[in-house]
Design a protein around this ligand. Structure first.
Ligand code: AMP
Length: 173
């Protein structure tokens, strides 16, 4: 399945969750068995040579392909969650979104020192979320070996926020 086949499974939802935002909805992609497998395989192909030990996925859509990617690569999976959801000691970071502010938390013991971490999410928009995750990983002693997304909104220049890191996305707008 080609990149344009995958792109055909991404739905544009205008004015969600706010006026002026075009939401990139990956549910049609997840709902198609062949597209789901192709997306996981394409992410895995890029990630594998970077030899990650752990996939870090952010709540909530980063859990879906992130979990599949971890299984496919034989990696562990660490969830970055919304505040108040994780039961153990946490570290947290607040960041700006394309549409507002948000915060994420990780368990303080999520990584062993020097572990190789691949950050995954469905969409790279302004890069604020991804940079927040990078900062948390590094604060906890992990090493970010790459960031892999399904979708990149190139016009929001998220890559600039992630300068110096290895960034990949399957479909760029
Ligand atoms: P950012 O921090 O701006 O890179 O935003 C990335 C996060 O917000 C990801 O978790 C995305 O799921 C979500 N997001 C931001 N913009 C969009 C969009 N246009 N469509 C879908 N998700 C988005």
């Amino acid at each position: 399945m080609s990149t344009s086949d995958l792109a055909a499974k991404i739905r544009d939802v205008p004015d969600f969750p706010r006026q002026g935002i075009v939401f990139k909805d990956i549910m049609p992609l997840l709902g198609d068995a062949a597209a789901l497998r192709a997306a996981v395989e394409a992410l895995a192909e890029w990630a594998e040579p970077r030899r990650p030990d752990v996939i870090l996925g952010a709540e909530a859509r980063g859990f879906i392909l992130g979990g599949a990617l971890a299984y496919r690569l034989g990696c562990a999976f660490v969830p970055a969650r919304k505040p108040g959801k994780l039961p153990w000691h946490t570290v947290s970071v607040k960041y700006a979104l394309e549409y507002g502010f948000d915060a994420l938390e990780l368990h303080a013991d999520a990584f062993e020192k020097g572990q190789r971490v691949l950050v995954h999410d469905d969409v790279l928009a302004t890069g604020g979320t991804a940079k927040a995750k990078v900062d948390l990983v590094e604060q906890l002693g992990g090493q970010v070996v790459g960031l892999a997304f399904v979708i990149e909104l190139g016009f929001l220049n998220g890559r600039e926020r992630l300068a110096g890191y290895d960034v990949h996305s399957l479909v760029t707008y």
